[in-house]
Design a protein around this ligand. Structure first.
Ligand code: 26W
Length: 808
């Protein structure tokens, strides 16, 4: 595939870039930055050329395209991914080595494109990867957040947030398409002029206009000529710089006037699973939707010259409710700009749009106040109201007199516009992201809609870009796999099952142990050089890495650690497996409890560090600034994978899949995709504990009382008492109170109810770990059964069942 890319061609391209952009004719004189940029620019040329070839092929075939709208894409670094996808890593290394440069140093130099919070954003990035690898014509749409997500630094034991200026060196990948900018309108007044032919002209007055300028981020696929892109919109003020203010000496006001609308693409809201209903967020969502739709329609008209076949040639996917405004926006454009009747427009819209739900947490379901909506998006408000009126009329016909049901299902209710109802009522397909999650959608959150239109609901379990997460980030393991089962698993993840034939092969099992040890050593060296934190690769690495949230229950893990610590204080020579607990997580800046939990983990880390004897058996490390590239280093070291959310709350999880495919063994609740992991690997190769989703719900319904568990389990009691007494000069009474003294809302995520079974199963797990061959057999089974969790599989399901998309 990559045969036309030769050592010579790459070397020439890089030299040309050095001359053209930096005026450097001698490689030796170039700095690392200059070589880094020139290499990226050279690769970008290759990708852009392939993208344009691919687009030509798509047009020629008149193939259907999917447009994937998402407020977040957690892309991470791209240099290594693109080089590996193109199959040119050895060649590039050779060129650079001759110049005395290490490719690894250039990889390190690249900042993460962190345009996302967590699971949702990373899933979007994994899916774009799989779409390209599968030769599907696809475009992602999002916002070019100039400051991405914040950088996390631990200062005096607490999380501090710093701006993430990723564009300086990360922006090299972007191609500005100033020629394809569009105008987006906000606010103002809408006037309707009814004509004699019954049609209506819509005139906007006093709107604020913002320009949306696209920046394209190319996405390569593995071993293919197909290249797609993610189009990121940047907000640029349409106002001219106000020179009259400047001449009056009012420089700041002149800047402010220009800058106000540009705020739209400055930062990403650093919170998932909690919506604040802020005006800026609504503005961002409409900005994304309006610009993207203009771009989609432009592309379509260029090929077909008409919108008549729009629904046959275009699939628009809304990833969670955040881009849901595309539904009324498309109605607006079809009716107001292209003269469609409501009925014809609705037929197109409801055939084109599909929706994935990623969370059932009520505080994460977006609602907009009607008042804000009306002022900010007046024309859309009219359209949403009409969608709702017609919906309620149909519902009334189906359920005459059932006001309660209709009010549960209606889009507008008690002054708020509910995006989930908008999505579910208008989309052609609705999916959850794991079997359990989809069942919960059908039985609880969307019960009424499931009864109303059952055929729309399907499950598509999440998947990961396993080449990034296994092949590229764990080269030791993938080399072993190449050797033992051949390399066909690199394009077909289901081939990983062949590894199971080696579950009793002692030499393979010992090699697995060796690989894990080397990965742990490499990570320990990296961490020490970065922060001075010291890890012992001879201890078991027990890892919980994900966003900090109460429902994910990092606190349950911490309680178990504290309980072990208290035991060790009392019995220092206790015989336990030497263990290291690794945490990494960002907390939303305004989420008090999440930040307290980070403070708690750091305090425990410091506390244990004061006891050299205890440190030989128990360690805690908080790795700061968790992001995609930290994950790529950490996940290959995972031995115990903590997936311990309260059952029913984690829609799927994808970290569980990443750790599994790297040989981590899961300790988890029957939540999200854990259930399917268990079904794949069997009970011997996973450690399941705690209440099931059904049991947890029942327990809560009956009136959950955490204090009962506190009184019943002395280990738990000791841990909580220790927590309350404080350590390392910090008190954690509030966390202890949160668990046991909050009246009937104590311990809302039921850590205490699951503590006993968690502690016991964790204990068993560590005992099993003592037997290397027994443990590695479990690890091997996890790797062998991870193929089903490939994003390639998820994407082919979306293509077949949702989008009607064919490979080109
Ligand atoms: C503030 C508004 C908001 C609300 C929800 C922002 C972001 C969200 C996301 C939907 C939360 C999220 O990332 N959910 C995660 O999605 C992953 C991909 O499907 C799942 O694997 C995780 O279980 C789910 O928590």
């Amino acid at each position: 595939m990559s045969n036309e890319i030769t050592k010579n061609s790459i070397e020439n391209a890089v030299s040309q870039k050095l001359i053209r952009y930096f005026g450097i004719s001698d490689f030796e004189e170039a700095s690392k930055e200059e070589i880094y940029m020139s290499l990226i620019l050279s690769i970008k040329d290759i990708l852009n050329e392939r993208r344009s070839n691919f687009n030509r092929a798509v047009k020629k075939k008149r193939a259907k395209r999917v447009y994937y709208l998402c407020m977040e894409f957690l892309i991470g670094k791209s240099l290594k991914n693109n080089i590996c996808n193109l199959g040119i890593e050895d060649t590039v290394k050779e060129i650079l080595t001759e110049k005395g440069i290490k490719l690894e140093d250039l990889y390190e130099f690249e900042p993460d494109a962190a345009l996302g919070n967590g699971g949702l954003g990373r899933l979007g990035a994994c899916y774009m990867d799989a779409l390209s690898s599968g030769n599907y014509p696809a475009t992602g749409f999002s916002i070019l957040y100039e400051y991405g997500l914040f950088k996390q630094k631990i200062v005096l034991g607490e999380q501090a947030e710093l701006p993430d200026e990723w564009m300086t060196y990360g922006g090299v990948w972007l191609t500005a398409r100033t020629d394809r900018a569009y105008t987006v309108r906000f606010g103002g007044k809408v006037k309707e002029f009814w004509r004699e032919d019954g049609k209506c002209d819509i005139v906007y007055e006093d709107c604020e206009e913002v320009e949306a300028v696209p920046y394209d981020y190319t996405v390569s696929g593995y071993n293919t000529e197909c290249v797609n892109s993610i189009r990121l919109w940047k907000a640029v003020s349409k106002r001219d710089f106000n020179m009259s203010l400047v001449s009056q000496g009012q420089y700041v006001r002149a800047l402010e006037e220009k800058g106000n609308s540009e705020i739209i693409s400055k930062v990403l809201y650093p919170s998932d699973n909690h919506t604040e209903g802020k005006l800026l967020r609504l503005t961002q969502q409409y900005f994304l939707v309006s610009a993207s739709l203009q771009s989609i329609i432009f592309d379509h008209l260029k090929v077909y010259g008409s919108l008549e076949n729009f629904a046959d040639k275009v699939a628009i996917h809304i990833n969670d409710t955040h881009p849901a405004l595309i539904i009324p926006e498309m109605m607006r454009v079809l009716i107001d700009n292209y003269g469609y009747t409501w009925e014809d427009a609705w037929r197109i819209v409801s055939k084109t749009v599909s929706y994935t739900n990623h969370t059932v947490m009520s505080e994460a379901l977006e609602c907009w106040s009607e008042d804000i909506f009306k002022i900010r998006l007046p024309r859309l408000y009219t359209i949403v109201s009409e969608i709702n009126r017609r919906l309620c009329k149909n519902l009334w016909a189906s359920y005459p007199g059932d006001w309660e049901k209709i009010s549960r299902m209606s889009i507008i209710n008690s002054g708020s516009i509910r995006m989930a109802q908008l999505c579910v009522s208008s989309s052609c397909k609705i999916n959850g992201v794991s079997e359990l999650h989809t069942e919960i959608l059908k039985k609880n959150l969307f019960y009424d809609y499931y009864k109303y239109t059952p055929e729309k609901f399907i499950n598509i379990t999440n998947g990961i870009a396993y080449r990034r997460w296994l092949c590229f980030s764990n080269p030791r393991l993938s080399e072993l796999l190449d050797l033992v089962i051949g390399n066909s698993y690199r394009t077909d993840a289901s081939k990983l099952t062949e590894f199971k034939n080696y579950e009793n092969d002692k030499s393979v099992l010992l090699k697995l142990a060796d690989i894990k040890y080397n990965n742990k050593t490499e990570f320990s060296n990296w961490l020490k050089s970065k922060t001075g934190q010291i890890l012992d690769p001879n201890t078991v690495f027990d890892i919980q890495v994900k966003r900090m949230h109460e429902y994910k229950r990092q606190l349950l893990n911490i309680l178990n650690i504290i309980s072990t610590y208290v035991d060790l204080l009392n019995t220092p020579n206790m015989d336990i497996v030497p263990q290291t607990y690794i945490f990494a997580a960002k907390a939303p800046p305004n989420y008090y409890m999440a930040k307290q939990l980070i403070k708690l983990i750091v305090a425990i880390e410091n506390e244990i560090n004061k006891h050299p004897i205890i440190k030989e058996q128990l360690n805690v490390v908080f790795v700061e600034n968790y992001n995609v590239s930290v994950a790529e280093k950490l996940i290959p070291c995972c031995e115990i994978s903590e997936q311990i959310s309260l059952a029913g709350k984690e829609a799927s999880g994808t970290g569980n899949m990443k750790q599994m495919i790297n040989g981590g063994v899961t300790i988890g609740t029957l939540d999200g995709a854990n259930v399917e992991i268990k079904n794949e690997v069997g009970e011997d190769n996973i450690y399941i504990f705690g209440h099931t989703a059904k049991e947890a719900e029942e327990l809560w319904r009956q009136g959950y009382n955490s204090i009962l568990y506190y009184n019943k389990c002395y280990k738990l009691k000791n841990a909580i008492d220790f927590l309350a007494s404080g350590f390392n000069d910090v008190g954690f009474v509030k966390i202890a109170d949160y668990l046991i003294s909050g009246g009937n809302i104590s311990d809302p995520y039921m850590c205490l109810a699951d503590f006993d079974s968690y502690y016991k199963i964790h204990h068993n797990m560590l005992n099993d770990y003592r037997d290397t061959l027994k443990w590695q057999k479990k690890s091997l089974n996890n790797i062998a059964k991870a193929g089903i969790f490939s994003a390639d599989r998820s994407i082919s399901e979306y293509a077949n069942k949702v989008w009607g998309l064919l490979k080109v």
